[in-house]
Design a binder for this molecule. Structure first.
Ligand SMILES: Nc1nc2c(ncn2[C@@H]2O[C@H](COP(=O)(O)OP(=O)(O)O[C@H]3O[C@H](CO)[C@@H](O)[C@H](O)[C@@H]3O)[C@@H](O)[C@H]2O)c(=O)[nH]1
Length: 326
């Protein structure tokens, strides 16, 4: 039986990845900063909490990292831990840099101390590209990070590449574009919009405040993006891959689709709120997933409108079952 360690198992991607690996008969270990305090709601929602082995680990603390590796003895490590909000990274730049860049470095160093070879997946981000005009970004597009989060993710990307070349570690970075699901917290704009649209339709909310809705993003479906992470570690050679749908839509189109799905005209409810603007933002995001298709056989099946439809359906179900309970 293969053993996998998922750092950051309590987040959206960690939970879906745990499910995928359990379905493939892996023994799944997961870390969270404080496993005693974390509710692991996402694992509970997917019905897999009892099937995972959960440990505390602070990735910025080398001792903690080495300890969890020694205990879990993994064949594969997936590093999905760290501060994940671009917006919050402007408020907490040091915590963001430490949890992402120092966290990945400690994992890579700890892998060198282990006797058995360990394959390593690192969650990189399309944020590293910064603004690319109207072009789609591929693995050869230079990084021009525009937020503390993107700076940290860029550092971690180069750590992975360096440890792969310098020490022959099987280490890969997945440069993922936005990927959404019902497990997304409302801190991220898609869930904020979907929740607001459903609540307004149910008479539980009046308005929705948003920042810049002219931004364009390449939005995909998280459960299928996770499959690409797994596929990267099953290749003969370690490498880095862009994972995206290859299509870009404006946030305004996302808003219109979400409100349209519940029979509302978004223009009556959305308020433009300058306090929600970021000091620097990315105007346009689109990935070129050609290499992933050619090498991994991976291709996104779901596009922005599918994502909206599935997130709205999940939220409506949740709100109506909340109503039945009260
Ligand atoms: N969160 C948020 N974003 C808003 C809002 N109004 C407008 N936006 C805009 O909506 C866009 C998307 O914001 P987020 O959903 O917070 O995601 P992100 O910054 O694109 O980052 C996500 O995707 C990256 C790429 O996969 C990930 O690396 C990152 O962790 C995160 O998941 C940004 O341009 C943001 O300025 C708002 O009220 N809230």
């Amino acid at each position: 039986m293969k053993r996998a360690l998922i750092c950051g198992i309590s987040g959206q991607d960690g939970a879906y990845l745990a499910k995928l690996l359990l379905d493939k008969d892996y023994e799944v270990w997961g870390t969270s900063r404080d496993a005693q305090m974390s509710s692991f709601r996402n694992l509970t929602k997917l019905g897999i909490r009892d099937r995972t082995k959960l440990e505390s680990a602070a990735l910025n603390d080398f001792r903690s990292v080495l300890q969890v590796l020694k205990k879990s003895q993994p064949d594969e490590i997936y590093n999905l831990a760290g501060q994940s909000s671009v917006g919050l990274s402007f408020e907490q730049p040091v915590e963001t840099l430490e949890s992402i860049a120092v966290g990945s470095l400690n994992l890579l160093e700890a892998i060198r101390f282990m006797e058995q070879p360990i394959k390593f997946y690192n969650a990189s981000s399309s944020e590293c590209f910064g603004d690319v005009g109207q072009n789609s970004a591929s693995e050869t597009t230079p990084f021009k990070p525009r937020s503390p989060y993107a700076v940290a993710k860029s550092a971690a990307f180069w750590e992975v590449a360096n440890y792969r070349e310098a020490y022959g570690i099987f280490a890969c970075s997945g440069i993922l574009f936005n990927h959404e699901s019902p497990l997304r917290p409302e801190r991220f704009v898609t869930q904020k919009i979907v929740t607001a649209a459903c609540r307004i339709a149910a008479g539980q909310q009046d308005k929705l405040n948003l920042g810049n809705i002219s931004v364009q993003r390449d939005w995909g479906w998280a459960p299928e993006f996770i499959e690409a992470m797994y596929a990267m570690l099953q290749q003969e050679q370690p490498d880095d891959y862009v994972i995206a749908t290859g299509e870009s839509s404006s946030l305004q189109d996302f808003v219109a689709a979400a409100f349209g799905a519940v029979g509302l005209d978004w223009q009556k409810y959305v308020i433009s709120d300058p306090t929600l603007l970021r000091p620097t933002d990315i105007a346009f995001g689109k990935g070129n997933p050609k290499k992933a298709l050619e090498k991994l056989g991976w291709q996104a099946q779901y596009k922005m409108r599918d994502v909206v439809r599935m997130m709205v359906a999940a939220k409506q179900k949740e709100l109506s079952s909340d109503g039945h309970h009260s």
